[in-house]
Design a protein around this ligand. Structure first.
Ligand code: C2O
Ligand code: CU
Length: 498
């Protein structure tokens, strides 16, 4: 099947959503679907004629992987967990062909990239799902540098291990570090993620016989920095850093005194991480790929989907430790200078990270170079985050997202508008809210905060963000807790023609 055929089908998907009864409000103009000429025209402007093309081959399949605690069989990209690094330069074009050898439909979402809408990987909204045994080629220009990642946007597939880093270098950026290391944190479930989600839906929160829960205790993970509940599922076997449990960690060779740029990614489904380097402060330089005014801290809090870049110095055996909020578990990656002695009390080190005061969203301010021009919003949308309902529905503005009717409750925006979103959390749990295709700027008490695409909204708090509507199409915004997103906490920002 060729791409034109897929685009035709995705047009049908978007048009279906326009039928009366599928959308509550009538859009103020024709919606700009992923297959729209407008999307193609924006891509043409984004893509330089001489842009380098990075060819990538991916295969999603069930494979054996060694997590450093026994070999397990799970779903991976190219047999690895994490999957293979894609690394390009700003302005390059990625042409990635994925062969789906999974026993299920799939698709790839390129998290953090302001890419053309029809390559965003949201089945039912921007493309047809990729069927088992078939392949699909994603091709898009990459406009911004930064630490990003990719994963499926379908069910709980991310939780099975389908994720990988995507790093975009800026050749104009001056490097003040010696080496660059990616650290991806994840939570590793005991058992099957679909059964866990089904259990949550069947029994609701705190229900009995919940496959996702410890039967002995109903005490849910709590976190002081998340103002309450930290997670919904307790049956995690452990935490991973670059696919390894802390007892068999990845060790990176380096030299004493080297400056290391850590690119830290939280790929977990249901775990926020507090990340620190015992014995030293880290200097955070980027949030979700965009530069911030450098800020020092003992640790940093990362919700699901969030990334930070930070500079640290190798001082003896240097451990990057991520503690799962409320879980009493950690994962680690070791920076190991030649000849160093390694006798350290690692559990005590993990405890020191668990007790450290982490940098949080209000501590970050975008660097001047990436700050949005100051401008008052042309349109403001409120997104009220609610749940869980009796069947574990999580909602935005009272609607649990339905993949068959993606445009129900859609929020309209127009090309060129400055858009303000108020994520108002009415629930008693935090939500790491992600916006596709754009990088917003957080509003901190009326002042500019960090540029980000994913940010924690604390219980009973409102997070305000601004962005410029410069990438037409149909874009989801959703909670990056996989169980929340899949249980309805997702909505569409829908461009309409002006
Ligand atoms: Cu990383 Cu819509 O997700
Ligand atoms: Cu959530």
């Amino acid at each position: 099947m060729d791409r034109r055929q897929f685009l035709g089908l995705s047009a049908a998907a978007v048009v279906t959503g326009l039928l009366p009864g599928c959308s509550k409000d009538t859009p103020s103009g024709p919606r700009i679907g992923s297959n729209s000429q407008i999307v193609a025209d924006y891509e043409r402007k984004r893509r330089a004629a001489n842009a380098a093309v990075a060819e990538v081959k991916l295969r999603a399949a069930a494979t054996d992987v060694d997590l450093g605690g026994g070999v397990i069989n799970t779903w991976t990209y190219n047999g690895g967990l994490p999957g293979p690094l894609i690394r390009v330069r700003k302005g390059d074009v990625i042409r990635a062909t994925i062969q789906n050898d999974l026993p299920a439909d799939t698709a790839i979402h390129w998290h953090g990239i302001g890419l053309r809408n029809d390559m965003d990987g949201v089945p039912g909204l921007t493309q047809e799902p990729i069927k088992p045994g078939s392949s699909f080629t994603y091709e898009f220009a990459v406009p911004d540098s930064g630490t990003h990642w990719f994963h499926p946007h379908l069910g709980t597939q991310l939780e099975r291990g389908l994720y990988a880093p995507l790093i975009v270098d800026d050749p104009a950026e001056k490097a003040d570090y010696d080496i660059d290391t990616i650290v991806i944190f994840d939570d590793w479930l005991k058992g099957d993620p679909d059964a866990t989600l089904a259990g949550l839906k069947k029994n609701g929160m705190g229900g009995m016989d919940m496959p996702g829960m410890d039967h002995g205790s109903m005490v849910m993970p709590q976190s002081d920095v998340l103002d309450g509940d930290a997670a919904d599922v307790t049956s995690y076997q452990g935490l991973l850093a670059n696919g390894r449990f802390p007892t068999a960690p990845v060790v990176v060779g380096c030299r004493e005194g080297q400056r290391v740029r850590l690119r830290i990614i939280n790929a977990a489904a249901d775990t926020a991480f507090r990340v620190g380097i015992p014995g030293q402060k880290m200097t955070v330089t980027h949030t979700d790929g965009f530069a911030v005014q450098p800020v020092e801290g003992d640790a940093v809090l990362l919700g699901q989907g969030e990334r930070i870049d930070a500079i640290v110095t190798v001082k003896g055996v240097t451990r990057v430790i991520g503690v799962g909020e409320g879980r009493g578990l950690f994962a680690q990656l070791i920076l190991y200078p030649e000849g160093a002695q390694a006798s350290q009390d690692v559990p005590a080190m993990a405890q020191s990270v668990e007790k450290a005061n982490p940098l949080r969203l209000p501590d970050f301010v975008a660097a001047e170079s990436v700050r949005l021009a100051s401008k008052s919003p042309d349109v403001t949308h409120d997104l009220v985050l609610g749940g869980p309902g009796s069947n574990y529905e999580w909602t935005i503005n009272g609607i649990a997202f339905d993949h068959a009717k993606p445009l129900e409750g859609a929020l309209d925006i127009k090309p060129g508008q400055r858009v303000r979103l108020n994520y108002r959390n009415d629930s008693t749990m935090f939500h790491p809210m992600h916006l596709h295709g754009h990088t917003f700027q957080v509003v901190n008490n009326g002042k500019p905060g960090a540029r980000k695409d994913t940010a924690i909204v604390l219980p009973k708090q409102t997070l305000t963000v601004d962005f410029d509507a410069t990438n037409p199409g149909q874009w989801v915004t959703h909670c990056h807790n996989v169980y929340h997103g899949e249980s309805g906490m997702m909505s569409v920002l829908s461009y309409v023609e002006s």
